[in-house]
Design a protein around this ligand. Sequence first.
Ligand code: WTA
Length: 630
Amino acid sequence: MDIIKTLSDYHKQYEVSTSKPDEFWAEVASEFVWRKKWDKVLQWDFHKPEVKWFQGGKLNITENALDRHLPHRANQTAILWEPNDPSEAPRKISYQELHREVCKVGNMLRSHHVKKGDRVCIYMPMVPELIYAVLGCARIGAVHSVVFAGFSAGSLVDRINDCGCSVVLTADGSFRGDKKLDLKAIVDEALLQCPTVRETIVLKRTGSNSPMKSGRDFWWHEEVMSQSADCVPEMMDAEDLLFILYTSGSTGKPKGMVHTCGGYMVFIGYTFRTVFQYQDKELFWCTADIGWVTGHSYIIYGPLLAGATTLLFEGIPSWPDPGRFWQTIERHKVNIFYTAPTAIRSLEQAPISYVNKYDLSSIRILGTVGEPINEEAWHWYNKNIGKGRCPIVDTWWQTETGGIMISPIAGVTPLKPTYATLPLPGIQPTLMDEQGKEITGTGEGRLAMKFPWPSMARTIYGNHQRFRETYFSTFPGMYFTGDGCRRDAEGFYRITGRVDDIIIVSGHNMGTAEIESAVDEHPAVCESAVVGYPHDIKGQGVYTFVICYEKPSDEDKLRSEIREVVAKIIGPIAKPDKIQFVSGLPKTRSGKIMRRILRKVAEGDTSNLGDITTLLDPSVVDEIKRGALS
Ligand code: WTA
């Protein structure tokens, strides 16, 4: 399939992708190496739901991301690694070296009896070995489940146990700015509650003195050393599992989204090349963490499938100073830069000299992902980073969608600040009203998809029922995204935010129920309710209403204890920003918390709380209003 180069190409491809989806995706897929061609492009039924792409096809995604490029790119840099500390030397890993390292890790896993279909948990810092680990799993058909290395032991336990991992790949520690995090100690704590884990393999990164449990813990460098650089790729069915990645749900435990080999490869390869208009030899930098889907799809798979050079950054944007991103762009001459609105908003706070002292002229294209970008941040990014000459692709998508769904195509389709604009070929969005009727033309409603796309999640690991209920029951016959959305007269989409009980804090999805259950673990807490509120830098902050068994004698002390409990159970990213102690919560007679009221209070808008007559005890509302934290 030719890459879209003009607006009319876009319209043509879009038309074919909807009128003849099988032909369209078959043509895209034919660029890849298939050991056996598929029998059927698509089989689907959103009522069940069931979605299968390229059934009967056989492939290995690493052959497509690595082996396929060796004849002409062996010496090209595949990964350019920028370490946490800018005084440590960057590393360049060529396609040849990457191939070798991935094969060695694949063999290492096989020597530890990991087989096709086994789940492997990866809990590692942002170092090249993390990419070797991911691709090493894919090489031998093991299912990778990467857990963000900022999560605490409790979150790790849930994720390991939910999918029954047998091996954990980790490191002694990780560097984050001037801090060191002892990852192995967190793994040790988690493994007290993870009966399925047989072994861990531990990379040395920080040199912390991790105690190693004999027979269970192995050093990475010792295990990998003697492995052969030849690793026969496991032949995978297109619909075999490639990975599981957890995302927060509005109720209950995180959901293990299941992605499969064939469709994911085809869609991620296609969207990477289309949206970013990647040109040969360019340097692409996605600043996400590999613990999130953005890192999976657009640090690892997308760029490598395209034979690109991908920059992997271990550090944080604010250390040693807030010029780190811009310094790194100058240092390596980054051409395409893809980051999150929250990073833009926080770096905007620093004096502009941190930007202006660096030469950013290598930048050709900018992107954002993860949450709506506000108009002001968009213009700052455009003016100061893009110098008014680089298209900004505001890419809307989700862990569940696997890849970019609604986005400008850089330099090809028109931009409109704060709008993700148009659906990519193959994507058929629609807006639904509260009654479940489709909205046509200009309007605002809930965003749903009418037709499958190759990289959509196939199920929630171990819980197909929950998959159906969460995504396919709100609007029968459609995939419901959980997002609110507006469409303008030109058909451009603007995502307005979640309409369920998920909040997005600094670009990270969190279920309010998950935070509440962590808060409730504090022995003084009787009940809590969490809502999001607008936060200048994080996008949304965590506002928690807490009922205690007894009136707290020292509120500030209790607040910091509650924050620590949440950091311990979920991870520091989920710590409440504001904690208001209340004696009751606004509940309906059936006992349901009226979050609408709490949201208004948290937003600081108590002038019109709407109808509160259905509350069990309307007087609690006055108390809550009086105690609201600004
Ligand atoms: C939000 C991240 C507005 C949205 C790839 C979605 C966005 C959730 C955008 C998924 C965007 C992501 N504009 N909102 N460009 N991109 N979102 O699973 O609410 O971490 O449902 O995937 O982030 O977050 P997730």
